[in-house]
Design a protein around this ligand. Structure first.
Ligand code: NAP
Length: 293
């Protein structure tokens, strides 16, 4: 039987409606949640992602500002910008767009973001708390994966979850979230990477398979167990052989895998919209915390 297609756009709209109500409750107390995005350089992909965030902020009622710094910004200038935003009460959330130019130290910059404003969960303080199972700001993509499953009635508890990809923004934090002894987690988690031998033999054991590799259509139908839930985080630009135009595809061979999975996320329209919604949710959470709510 073909899989249930998980509609990330619809889930993101539901979340957005809830966030509008929370933003309105803050406004009644005279607080407008604020998000600052720092971009060093002119990467068109990053600008397009940030425009999407700006639109979502506008829809929910969050003040958004893009702080654009030139490519040749020094580490000292970047740190000074972050410290200024840390001190600015207009902003409850700060995100630092990656990747940074090679001459800049990303970890030092991420560590400089005040943990209570670190709405993308990149400060080692938040990463450490996440690992310990403490209340923390979590990175928005893995948070989106967890939320998307919860709202689709997919409980990872007791399931074998296989995550393909061990990046610091997706694979590792998702592993840390799903392994916790908590409702909506409590899974047995395996993380795969390029050092993994016989990837297919491991992915075939997954009740829930998460692909976050950045490799177009790498997960084929024969790598998926019948009835598995398949969450595709990947976003890859490929040339459509029929039209010659560039299109976005996931890490999963969607058309083939959907015939085998019980539920699957499409690309685009799966994890992506929920990721943006979770960043906005974290910003509202930061504003609520700052207001003592
Ligand atoms: P990344 O930093 O490049 O990490 C990719 C990970 O996948 C690495 O751990 C790599 O292993 C592993 N990998 C790559 N090819 C593999 C293969 N053939 N077999 C097994 N493991 C493999 O990427 P990322 O930032 O996590 O992003 C992953 C994908 O998600 C990208 O397509 C990105 O565009 C997308 N993404 C989407 C969202 C969203 O909101 N939808 C957000 C963030 C990222 P090694 O560690 O051994 O190199």
């Amino acid at each position: 039987m073909p899989a249930q297609i998980i509609d990330g756009r619809k889930i993101a709209e539901e979340i957005q409606e809830e966030l509008k109500r929370r933003a309105a409750a803050l406004k009644e107390r005279g607080i407008t949640p604020g998000l600052a995005a720092i971009l060093v350089g002119e990467d068109p992909g990053a600008l397009s992602y940030l425009r999407q965030i700006e639109r979502s902020c506008g829809a929910v009622g969050i003040h958004y500002e893009l702080v654009k710094l030139p490519q040749e910004t020094t580490q000292a200038e970047l740190l000074a910008t972050i410290r200024k935003l840390n001190e600015d009460p207009k902003f409850h959330g700060i995100i630092l767009q990656m990747p940074l130019p090679k001459h800049l130290n990303a970890l030092e910059a991420q560590s400089a973001i005040a943990p209570e404003k670190d709405v993308d969960g990149t400060n080692p303080v938040n990463i450490g708390k996440l690992l310990l199972g403490e209340e923390a700001f979590c990175p928005s993509t893995p948070l989106g994966v967890v939320e998307l499953m919860a709202r689709s009635n997919i409980d990872p508890g007791g399931k074998r979850v296989v995550i393909c990809g061990r990046s610091n923004i997706v694979g590792k934090p998702l592993m840390a979230m799903l392994v916790q002894k908590k409702k909506g987690a409590n899974a047995t988690v395996t993380v795969c990477h390029t050092g993994t031998k016989d990837l297919a033999s491991i992915t075939r054991e997954a009740d829930i398979l998460v692909a976050a590799m950045g490799s177009a259509h790498a997960i084929k139908a024969d790598m998926v167990k019948e009835g598995a839930v398949v969450i595709d985080v990947g976003v890859n630009a490929v040339k459509d052989p029929e039209t010659g135009k560039t299109k976005l595809v996931g890490d999963v061979d969607f058309d083939a895998v959907k015939e085998k999975a019980s539920a699957i996320t499409p690309v685009p329209g799966g994890v992506g919209p929920v990721t943006t919604a979770m960043l906005i949710a974290n910003t509202i959470k930061a504003a609520e915390k700052a207001a003592g709510m």
